[in-house]
Design a protein around this ligand. Structure first.
Ligand SMILES: [Zn+2]
Length: 273
């Protein structure tokens, strides 16, 4: 574990940033499910974790498991929470050792039906993450977008993924991230009814004004983000912030016009093209 050094930048106080990662892959040849936008190179991720470690802002984890209801950092400090969605096998093979090397912890949101699939984490891997001090959250049962489900199907998605992960880890699962970031008031209420205390979306933001029990914003960290842009996102200042917010708003238009299914097909073409 590297010794903490003096912060090189001073972030504004009172903001809670939640970073959203997926897989860590050098290239398509690596184990796991490579994504040209969401897969970070191992060295890129390691550099980011070293930066967070030096900054001394990451480490929301003491409260993440139980008390992360209102997304403010302790005592008005600027805090950063590291999260992963899906449950790619690289979460344990690449991300875990890098996090440990930097003295950091993260929340891993696992999709129940992905566990054990080709390129995805195993049951033993989920347990190993939890035993290593990481927090395990749910990313749904099937990765169906929750806003498209009937009330009964929604309850099953929330409860069965929670029970499965609790059984594997022996720990309570109280955090949920919405597949595709899709969901609103109905999904939040259903999640709280199912025992989730915090629900994370995919809208970029710094959570400064998020009400207790509201949807927690997250900042997506993509392969295209260079070290300068990463530092801007972590401080929530500078052009990288505006670029991310503008991109989210722009992508919202075709999603609303086309619907979820057509939008995702379009996104696949645009991202891979
Ligand atoms: Zn997802």
């Amino acid at each position: 574990m590297s010794a903490p050094t003096a912060p090189s930048l001073s972030p504004p106080p009172g903001r809670s940033l939640v970073l959203m990662y997926h897989g860590i892959h050098e290239s398509r040849a690596d184990r796991g499910r490579f994504d040209p936008r969401y897969s970070l190179k191992p060295e890129q991720f390691a550099t980011q974790m070293r930066h967070l470690s030096e900054l001394g802002v990451a480490g929301w984890l003491p409260v993440a498991g139980e008390a992360l209801v209102a997304p403010e950092g302790p005592a008005g400090r600027h805090m950063v929470l590291i999260t992963f969605d899906e449950g790619d096998v690289s979460n344990i093979e690449q991300a875990l050792p890098i996090l440990q090397e930097s003295g950091l912890a993260a929340v891993f949101f696992i999709t129940r039906n992905f566990v054990g699939q080709r390129g995805m984490i195993s049951r033993a891997g989920v347990r190993e993450l939890a035993d290593a001090g990481m927090v395990i959250g749910s990313h749904g049962l099937s990765h169906h977008f929750l806003n498209n489900l009937s009330p009964a199907a929604l309850r099953i998605e929330l409860a069965s993924s929670r029970d499965f992960l609790q059984q594997i880890t022996g720990r309570r699962v109280t955090l949920l991230s919405l597949p595709g970031g899709r969901g609103g008031r109905r999904e939040l209420e259903a999640a709280h009814d199912a025992g989730y205390r915090s629900v994370f979306g995919s809208r970029p933001g710094n959570n400064q004004a998020t009400p207790a029990g509201g949807l927690i914003d997250r900042v997506v960290i993509s392969r295209q983000i260079d070290p300068v842009a990463f530092q801007q996102l972590v401080r929530w200042q500078g052009p990288a912030v505006w670029r991310q917010c503008a991109r989210y708003r722009l992508l919202g238009w075709p999603r609303r016009l086309l619907g979820d299914r057509s939008y995702d097909q379009l996104r696949q073409v645009l991202v891979r093209g």
